[in-house]
Ligand binder design. Structure first.
Ligand code: FAD
Ligand code: SF4
Length: 455
C-alpha cells in the first residue's frame, strides 16, 4: 500500500496511507480464491459477503462491489481504514495459511473511496411506518442503529452531545489515519437515509430517557454513548499543567483543530519532550499527533513489552518509521513539577514480566531500586477509558456493572428497561469500531422485532 514518506508526513496531518491504484486493487482482488465455504465472512463481525464484493472488483464493477458491502456495512470507507482486519476477516483467509491473506480491508477502502469520488448516490428513502426512535450518541454504534432502522421506515432522531457526528471517529482518531471528510461523507449518507441529526444535545441533561419515552413520542431508545471518560494513574503530580488525558489532547487536536492554530482558536502548548503513557491505538495516535505538532522527542512508555502492545501492528510500524521512541517495561510512579506548577520530569520504575497467570498473560512486576528520573515537558495519559456516566445516573432502573457499563442481553442489546437498548463501548467497555457496529446491528434488529410484536 503506498504511503507518505516518514520525513514528509511528520510535518503534516494528511493521510499517511494513500490507497491502492486501480491496477493494484485489481491485482490484489485477483488473488481471492472465492472459496465456497468462505472463512473470511465468519471473521467479519457484520457478515459482509467478502468473496462476492471482491468478485465484482475483478469485473471492474465497483458500483456493485460497494452496494454489496453496504448491504451489511454503512461505514465502509471508515472500516476499510481502521478495522483490525488482521485479527478478523484476514486472519481467517485461507491464503493466510501459507502466505499473505487477501488484503480485504484495503479492497474495501478502494471501492468505498471510488464511490465517494464519484459522489455517493442518495439512497431511496423507505416509506415511513410512523414510529419514532431516539438514538443517543452518533458514534459507530448509534450511526449503525440509525441507518439500519431508517432503512426499515422508522423515523429516527439521532441526539449527539458534541457539535459534530462520528464519536471517536471525529474526536479521537487523527486526520492522518482517518480524514474527517471521509467520516462526514459517511455521516451525510446516513442523514440522506432520512435520519435527523440533532447535535449539541446532551441526553441526561436536555431530556432524560424517561422524557423521550413518555413525553416526546419515542417508542424505543438506543443508548450508544461510548466510553469517553479517561482513566488516570492516580499517582502524585497528575494534576500538574502539561499532563493531559489522551481524550483532552486528541479532542483539542482533532475536533478543535489545534494543529491549525491560530486559524482555529485552540492553542496547545506541547514543549520539546513528550512522554505518552500506554500501549494501545490511543497512545500511538497521541504520540504521532505530538510529533506532527513539532515536538523534538516523543517517547511512548508502556509497562509491558512490545509483543503485548494492544495497538495494531501496522500502526506500531508507522510510529517506528516516524521516530517515536518506545520504552517498554516501564511504569511512571510520580510526576514532578517546576515552581510554576508545570510538569518538568517523571519518575518511573523498570518492570519485569512474571510467569504467565491462569489467563496466559504475564504480569508486569516492578524491579526494586530501579527508580529513574526522565525529563519531560508534556505527558499524555492513554491508559484506558470508561463509560460516560450521565445517562446511567439519570435513568431509574437502568442496571449497570462495575465501572458504569450498561448491562444488556448480548443477543438483543436490550437493557434492564423495556424499550431501552444499548450497544457499543457503553455496553462492552472500550472495544473497536466494528464491534460497536455489530452491537448496533443486533439492537436495530431487536428493536424492529419488539415494535413489530407490540403492534
Ligand atoms: P463513541 O465512538 O465513543 O461515540 C459515542 C458518542 O456518544 C460520542 O459522539 C459522544 O459525544 C456521544 N455521547 C456521549 N454521551 C452522550 C449523551 N449523554 N448524550 C448525547 N450524546 C452523547 N477502534 C478500531 O476499531 N480501530 C482503531 O484504529 C481505533 N482507534 C482508536 C483511537 C482512539 C484515539 C480511540 C479513543 C479509540 C479507537 N478505537 C479504534 C476504538 C473505537 O473508536 C471505539 O471502540 C468506537 O468508536 C466505539 O463506538 P461507540 O459508538 O460505542 O462510541
Ligand atoms: Fe477470498 Fe480469502 Fe475469503 Fe477465500 S477466505 S474467499 S481467498 S478472501
Amino acid at each position: 500500500m503506498p504511503k507518505q514518506e516518514p520525513r514528509a508526513r511528520i510535518n503534516n496531518f494528511q493521510e499517511v496511507v494513500l490507497g491502492y491504484s486501480e491496477e493494484q486493487a485489481l491485482t490484489e482482488a485477483s488473488r481471492c480464491l472465492h472459496c465456497s465455504n468462505a472463512q473470511c465472512i465468519k471473521g467479519c463481525p457484520v457478515g459482509i459477503d467478502i468473496p462476492e464484493f471482491i468478485k465484482y472488483i475483478t469485473q471492474k464493477n465497483y458500483t456493485a462491489a460497494i452496494a454489496k458491502i453496504k448491504e451489511k456495512n454503512s461505514l465502509p470507507a471508515i472500516c476499510g481504514r481502521v478495522c483490525p482486519q488482521e485479527e478478523q476477516c484476514q486472519k481467517l483467509c485461507i491464503l493466510g495459511k501459507k502466505g499473505d491473506p487477501v488484503s480485504i480491508g484495503r479492497l474495501e477502502r478502494y471501492v468505498a473511496d471510488f464511490e465517494q469520488e464519484k459522489g455517493i448516490k442518495t439512497p431511496k428513502a423507505a416509506p415511513s411506518n410512523g414510529k419514532k426512535i431516539a438514538v443517543i450518541g452518533a458514534g459507530p454504534a448509534g450511526l449503525t442503529v440509525a441507518a439500519d432502522l431508517a432503512k426499515l421506515g422508522y423515523t429516527i432522531e439521532l441526539f449527539e452531545a458534541l457539535h459534530a457526528a462520528g464519536g471517536v471517529l471525529v474526536y479521537g482518531i487523527p486526520e492522518f489515519r482517518l480524514p474527517k471528510s471521509i467520516v462526514k461523507a459517511e455521516v451525510d449518507y446516513i442523514e440522506k437515509l432520512g435520519v435527523k441529526l440533532t447535535p449539541n444535545a446532551l441526553i441526561g441533561r436536555l431530556f432524560t430517557i424517561d422524557d423521550l419515552l413518555t413525553q416526546r413520542g419515542f417508542e424505543a431508545v438506543f443508548i450508544g454513548t461510548g466510553a469517553g471518560l479517561p482513566k488516570f494513574l492516580k499517582i502524585p503530580g497528575e494534576n500538574l499543567n502539561g499532563v493531559y488525558s489522551a481524550n483532552e489532547f486528541l479532542i483539542r487536536v482533532n475536533l478543535m483543530k489545534a494543529y491549525r492554530f491560530p486559524e482555529y482558536k485552540t492553542p496547545l502548548g506541547i514543549g520539546k519532550k513528550v512522554a505518552v503513557i500506554g500501549g494501545g491505538n490511543v497512545a500511538l495516535d497521541s504520540a504521532r499527533s505530538a510529533k506532527r505538532l513539532g515536538t523534538e522527542k516523543v517517547c511512548l512508555i508502556y509497562r509491558r513489552d512490545k509483543t503485548e502492545m494492544p495497538a495494531r501492528e501496522e500502526e506500531i510500524l508507522n510510529a517506528e518509521e516516524e521516530d517515536i521512541e518506545f520504552k517498554f517495561l516501564t511504569a511512571p510512579i510520580k510526576f514532578v513539577g517546576n515552581d510554576e506548577g508545570r510538569v518538568k520530569a517523571l519518575e518511573y520504575l523498570t518492570m519485569e514480566l512474571s510467569e504467565p497467570n491462569a489467563s496466559g498473560r504475564r504480569k508486569p512486576v516492578p524491579i526494586k531500586g530501579s527508580e529513574t528520573i526522565m525529563e519531560v515537558d508534556t505527558v499524555i495519559l492513554a491508559i484506558g477509558r470508561t463509560p460516560n456516566p450521565i445517562i446511567q445516573s439519570t435513568t431509574n432502573g437502568l442496571k449497570t456493572m462495575t465501572g458504569g457499563i450498561i448491562i444488556v442481553d448480548k443477543n438483543t442489546g436490550q437493557t434492564s428497561l423495556e424499550a431501552v437498548y444499548a450497544g457499543g463501548d457503553i455496553a462492552t467497555g472500550e472495544a473497536t469500531v466494528i464491534s460497536a457496529m455489530e452491537s448496533g446491528k443486533i439492537a436495530a434488529k431487536s428493536i424492529h422485532e419488539y415494535l413489530s410484536k407490540k403492534q
